[in-house]
Design a binder for this molecule. Structure first.
Ligand code: ZN
Length: 145
């Protein structure tokens, strides 16, 4: 079924491979959105931001589809949802364990450099449970001076 014209890894191919590796069917829309998402390294973005990028890249896709696709990618482990604000969902292309700064006013999410935070004195967890993940969001604002 697959066309065999390998060698130079183009973004479309990489996106298709990535989708297949997590068990998602590489539809044209998923490939286009994954291509946009993962072409720029680690980043944090909302469905609205990705939708804008898709529109300016000439990808005909609705905001609802972008939203659904982001959640499918998240369920497949390709993205992490950040609970920064209740009004907006930020998706992180870096699914490794790391923490975030959130700049209030600018609504910008930034990674805290590795080793920048240490968490002490965690409570004992109930029997049969383990800590899956700890989210720390350090909220920043610009100094008024
Ligand atoms: Zn991050």
């Amino acid at each position: 079924m697959e066309s065999k014209q390998e060698h130079t890894p183009c973004p479309t191919r990489l996106a298709g491979d990535r989708l297949r590796s997590v068990g998602l069917r590489p539809t044209r829309q998923r490939i286009a959105l994954a291509g946009l998402l993962f072409a720029k390294g680690d980043r944090h973005l909302t469905a609205e931001e990705l939708h804008e990028e898709a529109v300016s890249a000439g990808v005909p896709v609705s905001l609802a589809t972008v939203y659904n696709t982001l959640h499918q990618f998240t369920d497949a482990g390709m993205l992490r949802v950040l609970a920064v604000e209740s009004s907006k969902t930020y998706f992180d292309t870096n699914t490794s364990d790391h923490q975030h700064f959130f700049i209030e006013g600018d609504n910008e999410v930034m990674d805290i450099p590795t080793g920048g935070i240490s968490i002490d004195g965690l409570p004992d967890v109930p029997e049969g449970m383990e800590v899956a993940h700890i989210d720390v969001i350090v909220r920043l604002r610009r100094k008024s001076s």
